[in-house]
Design a protein around this ligand. Structure first.
Ligand SMILES: Nc1nc2c(c(=O)[nH]1)N[C@H]1C(S)=C(S)[C@@H](COP(=O)(O)OP(=O)(O)OC[C@H]3O[C@@H](n4cnc5c(=O)[nH]c(N)nc54)[C@H](O)[C@@H]3O)O[C@H]1N2
Ligand SMILES: Nc1nc2c(c(=O)[nH]1)N[C@H]1C(S)=C(S)[C@@H](COP(=O)(O)OP(=O)(O)OC[C@H]3O[C@@H](n4cnc5c(=O)[nH]c(N)nc54)[C@H](O)[C@@H]3O)O[C@H]1N2
Ligand code: SF4
Ligand SMILES: [Mo]
Length: 861
């Protein structure tokens, strides 16, 4: 096989980093950052760096499936089309829906939207961006008259002050974080983090504002009032470029911020002193019952200070998924027709003519939460889910599972065979994955980049757009969907944006409508809307921006049954529902299981031990987590990660818990503030199990699994006698009981003496070191005696939990280096290599160094 060097874009987050991929063999690739890509200039984070570990075919869906049977493409698509036709004939077009994703390419998204809104004739296409960006979109539309991000990443580097609102940037947008860090050391940019949790991002800030959940509107309104009182508002800018609600600014109170006065003063001083200010906001702002108002509170402050559309200044909503922005452009949200067009009769007529569409939809469709409600009560009977896993990621996911289980026809296009959503599907369609698919994505700063194929399509997998076009042909609309290539779709999309351009919108790519196939193939990263799309005019008919009068939400009365406030979010090295990152042993090291984080004093009151188990419950569901005591939590707040699924854990699935409540304007669910209660769970036994093959675990009190180099590592807990026949694979069992430590140890060998499984079970004692046991799977030299003893004959140095996943460096090694005098990130990298590759662990190392510094200072005092 010849080595191919291909420029492409990362599969994961909305930073949209450019990658240089070298195909080194059959489904093998080496990954480097693209030094020329303007999003990352060569940098990559841990997830991008380890993309190579997730391009194998393990777990892939490679053939269409109808129920449990393999089917041909003809059979599967004929059936899907017949079912949809029948549904429309009987119940009308609004009885069908697409639920799509910011992980589709723009070309896929464009085709799905055109098919639903122009041909099927319903507005019922919504996307997981509803859970992600919808509030920012609504805030942009209100303020600017168009869904416009008025900044680029360069502004972050040119700013004197960066405010991060509800963003754990160091974990979720690590390359933006690295660029902020570079600006801090190059020009002394100050950094404020506004987040109820002391995240790794917050730890590194100049100021951390640990506000109460949903305290953002009060805070930004108070800041605006404070700037007014300090005479810092840009009256000329407001008069010329903005429409300001009568009396709004004058009526705000600088004392209404809800945080401690000294912190507010420090924040206000920084804001006052820094005209070059960027406010970057993410899910702590968007995923809220008042998410749209939060966005506008942030934008209001920037407008009132005239800090927008200038180098180093602006409100900057960052996108989560690689193509969340592309979906917003083509119209993947149910409340937007296409290409930043709305549903007025003129706009609908324009789109109908452009598409030559027989059935242009009458108006907006159902937003995600409402859509699944409509599925639940039978109004929607046919749903096609593409590139998203709503059985895990929707709020009140128990309800969503019920809805999907009742749905007459559920079609799922995915790259993975066994997802929690796919388990409920009637028809499963195999899609091309990252590294196989080919098209464009748009990142947070509106930059369009090419994703390019590295490998041949495996099995019968096909591009999402191609699947849709074949389906459309079966529905009788073949001519409008006769796209030979992704390039042809892109040209049509670019041409359609002229309709937006003609209405004074900034989204106008019509200059790319004539892009030839070769030029599309070679397309360089392209920014649309210019560096500051709001520099001359805003997109409202009068050309002015709007300050929007927003008020802090009235606090809900305390509910004695659910006294805690549950926040959810992300881990550094896992992506969403783990269908891809969960397959990477390297990435799985950072956090092997989902943890419930709680302040130690709250935990003490509730009788919940560090490392013990606890049941977390809300009005709609309950689930068990292992507990981590953490002073990074405010008293009364809890945090759990969103990632774990039924495929990866028996409990610990966060989305059993959030309610269906949404922001009234954007329809985005409030994932970050759910009333909850927590109580201890004391299992009769705990165990861990290393296996070569995936174990089929029975229903237990609690379990979770993680990928390791040659197998799986599972943590288990239960009551009663464990059903070992089910838990352990067939083979030769060897057993040792250690009465002193109250432990049973069982290893299972195959016929050749190879290790199939090792189980360590205890009622009250310590379990042996996981990493050492895990490393014996697939180790030809593994010793049954050592395994039964639960430790190596010659003690190995204990590296401690892994901090740097690239070089496998543990806490203890870093601590040792620091004790030996390496007290800077550079020095640590010099002696241990930790942090010298992707840099994602640098905040964690910095924290360790800070803590050690503190310890030494305290010792000296
Ligand atoms: N590692 C990793 N990176 C990812 C992803 C992933 O799955 N894993 N997913 C990508 C996607 S799709 C997205 S949308 C982004 C999300 O990126 P982020 O928005 O940075 O991630 P989250 O962890 O969801 O939430 C951010 C923070 O909001 C805080 N928060 C909660 N409530 C409030 C509040 O009321 N006010 C304020 N100010 N803050 C609050 C939380 O404590 C949390 O630390 O990440 C992207 N990048
Ligand atoms: N509690 C809580 N819940 C949340 C959030 C939170 O912060 N807290 N965040 C929300 C946010 S911001 C988001 S974005 C969502 C994300 O939630 P989801 O979109 O449900 O999560 P993913 O795991 O990314 O799902 C993508 C699916 O598409 C598949 N896939 C990958 N590539 C392709 C492809 O090219 N084609 C096809 N057809 N399939 C593909 C993957 O295997 C996977 O099954 O979760 C939301 N849910
Ligand atoms: S920051 Fe990381 S996950 Fe996001 S695009 Fe860049 S390499 Fe990929
Ligand atoms: Mo997202």
């Amino acid at each position: 096989m010849t080595m191919k060097d291909i420029r492409t874009t990362c599969a994961y987050c909305g930073v949209g980093c450019g990658i240089r991929a070298t195909v080194t063999g059959d489904r093998a690739v080496s990954i480097k950052g693209d030094p020329e890509h303007p999003a990352n200039f060569g940098r990559l984070c841990s997830k991008g760096t380890h993309l190579g570990e997730t391009v194998g075919l393990e777990g892939r869906l490679l053939h269409p499936m109808v129920d449990a049977e393999r089917a041909t493409w003809n059979e599967a698509l004929d059936l899907a089309a017949a079912r949809m036709r029948e549904c429309i004939e009987r119940h009308g077009p609004d009885s069908v829906a697409f639920y799509v994703s910011g992980q589709l390419l723009t070309e896929d998204y464009y085709v799905a939207n055109k098919l639903m809104k122009g041909f099927i004739g319903s507005g019922n296409i919504d996307t997981n961006s509803r859970l992600c960006m919808a509030s920012a979109v609504a805030a942009h539309n209100r303020a600017f008259g168009e869904d416009l991000v008025p900044c680029t990443y360069d502004d972050l580097e040119a700013a004197d002050l960066v405010l991060l609102v509800g963003s754990n940037t160091a974990w979720c947008h690590p390359v933006i974080w690295q660029r902020i860090e570079a600006a801090r050391s190059a020009r002394g940019t100050r950094l404020v983090v506004i987040d109820p949790r002391r995240t790794e991002t917050a730890e590194q800030a100049d100021l951390h504002v640990a506000l109460a959940p949903d305290g953002d509107i009060a805070l930004f309104n108070a800041l605006l009032a404070e700037m007014r009182d300090r005479d810092l508002l840009d009256e000329a800018f407001m008069a010329e470029r903005c429409a300001v609600p009568e009396g709004y600014v004058a009526g705000l109170d600088p004392r209404g911020h809800g945080i401690d006065p000294a912190t507010f003063r420090a924040l206000a001083d920084l804001v006052a002193a820094s005209p070059r200010m960027v406010t970057l906001f993410s899910q702590g702002a968007n995923q809220s019952r008042c998410g749209t108002d939060k966005g506008n509170a942030i934008i209001n402050l920037h407008l009132a200070l005239g800090r927008i559309s200038q180098t180093g200044a602006g409100p900057f909503s960052i996108t989560g998924q690689p193509n969340a922005m592309g979906g917003r452009e083509v119209g993947g949200l149910a409340n937007m027709l296409a290409c930043h067009l709305g549903f007025s009769s003129e706009e609908r007529a324009d789109a109908a003519i452009f598409w030559n569409a027989p059935n242009i939809c009458a108006g907006p469709g159902l937003k995600a939460v409402d859509l699944f409600r409509a599925v639940h009560d039978g109004r929607v009977k046919f749903v096609w889910v593409m590139a998203t896993n709503p059985a895990v990621s929707m709020p009140d996911a128990g309800f969503v599972r019920e809805a999907l289980a009742r749905c007459e026809t559920l079609v799922v296009s995915d790259v993975i065979a066994d997802t929690d959503t796919a388990r409920l599907a009637h028809i499963r369609l195999p899609a091309l994955a990252w590294g196989e698919k080919d098209g464009t994505v748009t990142n947070s700063e509106r930059r369009i980049s090419r994703q390019r194929a590295l490998f041949e399509a495996p099995g019968q997998a096909r591009a999402d757009w191609a699947i849709l076009c074949d389906f459309a042909e079966r529905m009788g609309w073949g001519r409008a969907f006769a796209f030979p290539t992704a390039a042809a779709i892109f040209r049509e999309y670019a041409a359609m944006t002229a309709l937006a351009g003609a209405r004074g919108k900034a989204l106008d790519l019509s200059h790319l409508a004539g892009l030839g196939d070769a030029a599309y193939e070679a397309l360089e990263p392209t920014l649309w809307g210019g560096v500051h799309p709001t520099a001359r005019t805003f997109s409202h008919p009068d050309g002015k921006a709007r300050l929007v009068a927003v008020e802090a939400p009235v606090a809900a009365p305390a509910d004695p049954e659910f006294p805690f406030r549950l926040n959810t979010g992300r881990y550094r090295d896992q992506w969403h529902t783990m269908t891809r990152t969960g397959l990477s042993p390297t990435l799985s090291q950072h956090r092997r299981e989902p943890l419930l984080e709680i302040h130690p004093e709250d935990a003490a009151l509730a009788g919940i031990e560090d490392g013990g188990l606890a049941r977390l419950a809300t009005r709609v569901g309950a689930t068990v987590f292992r507990v981590l005591h953490s002073t990074a939590q405010r008293r009364g707040d809890l945090f759990v990660p969103m990632h774990w699924t039924d495929a990866m854990a028996g409990e610990g699935r966060a989305n059993r818990l959030p309610l269906q409540e949404t922001d009234p304007l954007s329809g985005q669910p409030g994932f970050k503030d759910t009333p909850a209660r927590v109580e201890p769970v004391v299992p009769e036994w705990r165990a861990f199990l290393a296996t070569r093959d995936e174990a089929a675990l029975p229903s237990l009190l609690w379990w979770s699994r993680a990928k390791v180099a040659n197998g799986w590592l599972c943590e288990l807990a239960g009551n009663g006698a464990p059903d070992l026949e089910v838990i352990l694979p067939k083979g030769t069992w060897l057993e040792a009981a250690d009465m002193v430590r109250g432990m049973r140890r069982i290893i299972v060998l195959d016929k050749a003496g190879g290790l199939l499984a090792a189980l360590y079970l205890t009622r009250n004692g310590e379990l042996p070191p996981r990493d050492w046991v895990a490393a014996q799977i697939g180790n030809a030299e593994a010793s049954a005696l050592e395994l039964l003893a639960g430790r190596p004959a010659v003690a190995l140095p204990d590296r401690g939990p892994i901090v740097c996943v690239c070089h496998g460096v543990g806490v203890n090694e870093i601590a040792a280096a620091a004790c030996a005098g390496a007290m800077t990130l550079e020095a640590i990298a010099g002696c241990t290599r930790a942090g010298s590759n992707c840099g994602s662990c640098r905040p964690a190392i910095a924290r360790m160094l800070d803590e050690m510094n503190l310890d030494t200072q305290e010792a000296a005092e």
